[in-house]
Design a protein around this ligand. Structure first.
Ligand SMILES: *Cc1c(COP(=O)(O)O)cnc(C)c1O
Length: 388
């Protein structure tokens, strides 16, 4: 069979299993009311939790920096791509998170690859939550460590997986789980890391900007200095990129050894400048976080009143579990007909049999948006039940 025939067959199987993925083309920017090739929708599946992606101050910082420093960094950080905009942002991120130092990356995916391959290698016992983000799973594979996955959010099981692994261990977890919205038992994992002389890697992609008054999981949970934070700049901060914040020795090791840091071009300086403006809004515009949490509470209250089963999540991520992939697709289609964008999340993004609608709330949603979604949900869930 030719390589093309092999790929065609693989894609056909994806269609048969209701796992085929499609992209929605937006003709507007990222915001609560988006325009797509299929019409206008209220968007409930963005990670722009604070509504900063289109904020005038962020956009202006980006265009102003681009006009002064150009469109691209032109080289990796270790060659000539490390610019003042990067350097200043790193210093501000470190101080905001209460860490010794911070280091910028092109994306959260890259940052996780860098961090895990630097802290773990052949012979390391890497203990990881079963529901960690795909980038952490891939990072574990790339590191060649011995990976032991523990039951979701179960620090006791993590302790058992650490036993007998020797003194070279690493614990890795999402802070807020990306598809469930619940939070890891970070204090218990931090204590466990201390006991084993291990680092605790905390992927704060969905916590940074939101938790700990915007400072992220390190400060929200008062984690010790063996915790290392990975925060992203493309979600609550609304821009792009990521950073690692933690002890100096970790940051210096990343600069020296992390291949996903060394062998890639630095972020455009204008992106760093836009992130700086977004960080300033995270710091000063506390009303945004209040509006986000008001919307979360409004959604949960309304869902309970409408008999919609919600999971124990206090964060912007509010999944509605449907089980079957076909059911999830059908519910998503029904919501789209009603004017709401909520993507169906299916395996392998989530475990088999746990396909779901992943609803995300933003500070930029109006209460009326949330109420409209709540009115459309029961019909969509019923359609899903019939499709399953
Ligand atoms: C989105 C996400 C990432 C990847 O971050 P990017 O900057 O989008 O590459 C990593 N971890 C988690 C938990 C995420 O949700």
């Amino acid at each position: 069979m030719s390589f093309k025939a092999r790929l065609e067959r693989r894609i056909a199987r994806q269609v048969d299993a209701a796992l085929f993925r499609r992209r929605i083309e937006l003709t507007s920017g990222q915001r609560p009311d988006v325009t797509t090739a299929d019409g206008d929708f209220v968007n409930f599946c963005s990670n722009d939790y604070l509504g900063l992606a289109g904020h005038p101050a962020v956009v202006e910082a980006m265009s102003d920096a681009a006009s002064r420093h150009g469109a691209g960094a032109g080289a990796s950080h270790l060659v000539t791509g490390h610019m003042r905009a990067h350097h200043e942002l790193e210093a501000r991120l470190a101080s905001w998170c209460g860490a010794e130092r911070a280091l910028l990356f092109g994306s959260g995916y890259l940052a996780n690859l860098a961090l895990v391959t630097t802290l773990a290698g052949r012979g390391t016992r890497l203990v990881a939550d079963r529901l960690n983000h795909a980038s952490l799973v891939d990072a574990g594979i790339l590191s060649r460590a011995t990976v032991r996955r523990y039951a979701h959010a179960d620090a006791g099981d993590a302790a058992r997986r650490l036993q007998g692994g020797g003194d070279d261990a690493l614990i890795v977890t999402d802070s807020v789980f990306s598809m469930d919205g619940d939070v890891a038992p970070l204090e218990a994992l931090d204590a466990l890391a201390g006991q084993y002389g291990a680092a605790l890697v905390v992927d704060d992609a969905h916590g940074f900007g939101v938790l700990g008054e915007g400072r992220g999981a390190l400060l929200e949970f008062g984690l010790s200095d063996h915790a290392v934070l990975m925060g992203t700049l493309g979600k609550a901060l609304g821009v792009y990129g990521a950073f690692v914040a933690g002890p100096s020795v970790v940051i210096e090791s990343l600069i020296q050894f992390a291949r996903p840091y060394i062998y890639t071009t630095a972020l455009p300086p204008a992106v760093a400048a836009a992130c700086g403006a977004a960080l300033e809004l995270v710091r000063t515009d506390v009303d945004r976080r209040r509006r986000l949490f008001d919307n979360i509470a409004r959604f949960r209250r309304g869902a309970k009143a409408a008999g919609i089963e919600v999971v124990p999540s206090e964060t912007a991520i509010q999944p509605v579990l449907l089980g079957d992939s076909r059911a999830a697709l059908e519910a998503s289609r029904r919501l789209k007909d009603a004017g709401f964008l909520v993507t169906a999340i299916r395996p392998p993004t989530v475990p088999k049999g746990t396909a779901r609608l992943r609803i995300t709330l933003s500070a930029a949603h109006e209460p009326a948006h949330v109420d409209g979604l709540l009115r459309a949900l029961p019909g969509a869930i019923e359609a899903a039940r019939l499709a399953a």
